[in-house]
Design a binder for this molecule. Structure first.
Ligand SMILES: [Ca+2]
Ligand SMILES: [Ca+2]
Length: 176
């Protein structure tokens, strides 16, 4: 059984990914969220934006096709939770997502994510600003108020681990 914290984390992500709020995930949700996130990426050139938008669409298509176990073209909360919290089935997809998202937060590719970039991206995804700040602090910012993109990517992997509790990512599910 997943920990309570793991279930809370995954339920939060489901509610944010359901960008149109209809209770299911489908490819349209990811197009919508992709455009929000891309708009938030600081100083992104149009070629970069197009690539990110494409990445989001592809991610949505992959996610929906992998998680839609009953084949109705959309992902229910039950389908989401059961697959996402199974590292054997979903570990590779989380890995890919962790790399892509942390790279988005590091537009100059120096291996670090600044606090403003982190806040902009995570706010666009829909997390609470106060919780985002707490998460950033938990990642242990270094000089220049930056966190390592690799630390963030590891944090994303931990976020989907069913056996984890008391991790940095638990700041995101703190009460509003
Ligand atoms: Ca939806
Ligand atoms: Ca389904």
């Amino acid at each position: 059984m997943p920990t309570t914290e793991a279930t809370d984390r995954v339920q939060l992500v489901f509610s944010l990914f359901d960008a149109d709020g209809n209770g299911y995930l489908d490819p349209d949700d990811f197009t919508l969220m992709g455009s929000r996130v891309v708009a938030a990426v600081p100083a992104a050139e149009s070629a970069v934006r197009d690539r990110l938008l494409d990445a989001f669409r592809r991610y949505g298509d992959t996610l929906v096709s992998e998680l839609d176990t009953d084949g109705d073209g959309r992902v229910s909360p039950e389908e989401f939770t059961s697959v996402v919290l199974d590292p054997e089935r979903f570990g590779a997809a989380v890995d890919e997502f962790a790399q892509a998202l942390s790279a988005m937060g590091d537009p100059d590719d120096d291996g670090y994510v600044t606090r403003p970039d982190f806040l902009a991206l995570m706010t666009a995804i829909g997390f609470e600003p106060r919780n985002i700040e707490a998460l950033f602090d938990a990642f242990g910012p270094v000089e220049g108020d930056r966190v390592s993109a690799a630390v963030w990517a590891d944090g994303i992997r931990d976020y989907y681990r069913p056996d984890k509790s008391g991790i940095a990512g638990d700041h995101l599910t703190a009460a509003r």
